[in-house]
Design a protein around this ligand. Structure first.
Ligand code: ACO
Length: 402
């Protein structure tokens, strides 16, 4: 690869690359994607194996520290995460300041940003211990933050974390338990939730991760950086696609209406796109979507709702799109968001919670990348250049002469 920095420093070269389609912003050892072959590896391990044999907190350890943990290391890590699941009690007042009908992502951006006002002992990015504590805190507290955003939006009391439950079960408990009744987490749903977290854990330099790295490059504190990532994730071209996708599938409603939507997606005068389809890097089937599709089948069958009409529409839409010249030519395949919403819907989550769940899962990816960046001796402030297309120099004209 050409080291553009050296050439640029000598004043020789200036690249114009909208959307950074061919610019590497960093070196990384965390995640590898081969978009043509549909391969995704975390620290070398294929996502299919991790989804089948591992679980989310083990994948968190792998992403953060580079290798699979021993049983002892995993136990220690899980204990450390579990110890930090509570939110500072005063943060409840912060929630109560929001309107009840706020989107949970809006609340998450605010609450995570505000953590820097509460956890002063993990703000020093030059201190490895502060960095470690901030990392564990965010992985531990994010489910609580998302679950409380949900509870607040439906007017129910906040449910405190239960440290006797595993990560996914605790999240489901905080979302669906109510103080008046006993709530027992369904192990099928807990396993499915854990798999959704695992499949979303990291995806190298996507828009939100790049946002986290860019924010961090100025020396911003970890909570501010992750809040920036959450804000970016919310957009429908990125993490917001899972909400938009399920809403689209519901709007289509029945398989006979699919051709109409396919035609709209192909029409250049119509801004409509098939949500959950296409990817900047994958020009083949997204390996996460394959696992997610299988998971949707399994979960719905186990729950006895395999004839779910939305799943039928999704499968038929996929079948028709993959045979269509337009989608074949542009190499548009289902991405991770195409089937995840169907599972989340079956679990009882409203569509507004889909992107917050993505944010919970991606937190470890953001943090691993943030830590990697800070320990890179070559890292420097991110400062893209521009092609100036405006006026050349001109003289100021007094207002009475304009
Ligand atoms: N439906 C219809 N046409 C599409 C779609 C789609 N979902 N996605 C891309 N295209 C077309 C574009 O119109 C474009 O056509 P053109 O070359 O004739 O102009 C071509 O395919 C390439 O699309 P780009 O937007 O240039 O590709 P890019 O890599 O910039 O975008 C993106 C990738 C944003 C994911 C896009 O495919 C999209 O908008 N998909 C729908 C939203 C979505 O599912 N996002 C989730 C992404 S995965 C994630 O964040 C977890």
């Amino acid at each position: 690869a050409i080291d553009v920095r050296k050439l640029y420093a000598q004043g020789h070269v200036f690249t114009y690359d909208p959307g950074f389609t061919s610019t590497a912003s960093c070196q990384s050892t965390i995640t590898y994607i081969d978009g043509d072959e549909g391969v995704l590896l975390h620290r070398g391990y294929p996502i299919e194996q991790l989804a089948e044999k591992s679980h989310y907190l083990e994948v968190c350890y792998l992403l953060l520290y580079g290798d699979l943990p021993t049983a002892e290391q995993l136990e220690d890590f899980e204990n450390r995460v579990t110890k930090h699941t509570m939110l500072h009690e005063q943060m409840q007042y912060f929630y109560r300041g929001f309107r009840r009908d706020s989107h949970p992502m809006a609340i998450m951006v605010g609450v995570v940003g505000a953590m820097s006002a509460f956890y002063h002992d993990s703000l020093d990015i030059n201190d490895p211990w502060h960095r470690e504590v901030a990392s564990i805190r965010m992985i531990a507290k994010m489910p609580t933050i998302a679950a409380w955003a949900y509870k607040y939006s439906i007017g129910q009391p906040f449910i405190y974390p239960r440290n006797d439950l595993d990560y996914a079960s605790n999240f489901l408990h905080m979302c669906f338990a109510v103080p008046a009744e006993e709530y027992v987490v369904n192990p099928i749903l807990a396993r499915a939730m854990d798999r959704i977290f695992t499949l979303h854990a990291d995806h190298e330099q996507n828009a939100s991760t790049s946002t986290v790295r860019l924010a961090s490059s100025s020396g911003a504190n970890p909570f501010a950086c992750i809040a920036a990532g959450i804000a970016c994730l919310w957009g429908p071209a990125h993490g917001g696609a899972n909400q938009a996708c399920l809403e689209m599938l519901r709007e289509i409603g029945t398989p006979d209406r699919i051709p109409e939507y396919i035609e709209r997606a192909k029409d250049k005068n119509d801004p409509f796109r098939l949500m959950g389809f296409g990817h900047r890097v994958y020009k083949n089937y997204d390996p996460r979507a394959k696992v997610m599709k299988q998971s949707a089948d399994e979960v719905l069958e186990l729950l006895g709702i395999e004839n779910n009409p939305t799943l039928q529409v999704a499968k038929e839409l996929e079948r028709i799109a993959l045979q269509d010249d337009y989608f074949q030519e542009k190499k548009l395949f289902p991405n991770v968001d195409f089937y995840s919403g169907i599972i989340l819907d079956a679990m009882g989550f409203p569509t507004s919670m889909f992107t917050p769940i993505f944010a919970v899962a991606r937190t470890v990816g953001w943090i691993s990348q943030w830590k990697e960046q800070l320990s890179d001796p070559e890292h420097k402030i991110g400062r893209p250049r521009q092609l100036y297309m405006g006026h050349p120099r001109r003289d100021y004209v007094d207002i009475e002469n304009r």
